[in-house]
Design a protein around this ligand. Structure first.
Ligand code: ATP
Ligand code: MG
Length: 173
């Protein structure tokens, strides 16, 4: 399985539509400071359902919207799409946000709740944000985890967190 394509539309510093073809295996992103390397990873994280402001380096969701430049209008909506590929099988996960409609997640064009996206990610072995992304400071974080944080982290890695979330969901209904 690999991420074959990442499309960023008016996401953070990426005004307009940008298509990033990715190949199977290892991809390196290089560029000067402030050129948007981390924003690409933020796009991947967000596209895969992460809404954590700290990890996405935002204070509110609208910080994801392209803020405009002297030559380009600020954007009212943003969209990230990523195509997952495994042999002949592929799936497109698309996430949109606008101030008016909030965030919407589509898997192959079908609306999904964020909770249901984790099932899709599990199928594609992309579950557990921490499993897919090792960000700056994550290693230090893991060492200094408190017992409960460590448990949550391990539950996420082993996929037990979905069942906890489902149970919590059911109990809250
Ligand atoms: P470094 O090498 O320093 O880590 P980087 O390539 O990772 O740099 P990013 O953090 O991805 O850089 O990009 C930072 C730039 O993105 C800043 O110039 C910031 O102003 C810009 N930026 C962040 N959010 C937005 C937004 N919503 N609209 C427009 N520009 C944005
Ligand atoms: Mg960076």
């Amino acid at each position: 399985m690999y991420i074959a394509r990442l499309q960023l539309k008016n996401f953070k510093s990426f005004g307009g539509s940008h298509e990033l073809p990715l190949s199977e295996g290892f991809t390196a992103i290089v560029g000067p400071n402030g050129s948007g390397k981390s924003n690409i990873l933020d796009g991947l994280r967000w596209g895969l359902g992460d809404s954590n402001g700290g990890r996405l380096r935002i204070t509110r969701q609208s910080d994801l919207l392209f803020q405009g430049t002297t030559t380009r209008q600020p954007s009212k909506s943003t969209e990230v799409a990523l195509e997952l590929k495994d042999g002949d099988t592929s799936t497109v996960i698309r996430r949109r946000f606008s101030d008016e409609s909030g965030a919407v997640t589509l898997v192959d064009g079908v609306k999904h709740r964020l909770q249901d996206l984790s099932e899709v990610k599990r199928r594609w072995r992309l579950d557990g944000d921490r499993f897919a992304f090792i960000g700056q400071g994550d290693v230090t974080d893991a060492i200094t985890h408190r017992p409960m944080q460590r448990r949550n982290h391990l539950e996420e890695l082993f996929g037990i967190d979905t069942y906890r979330k489902r149970r919590d969901d059911a109990l809250n209904k």
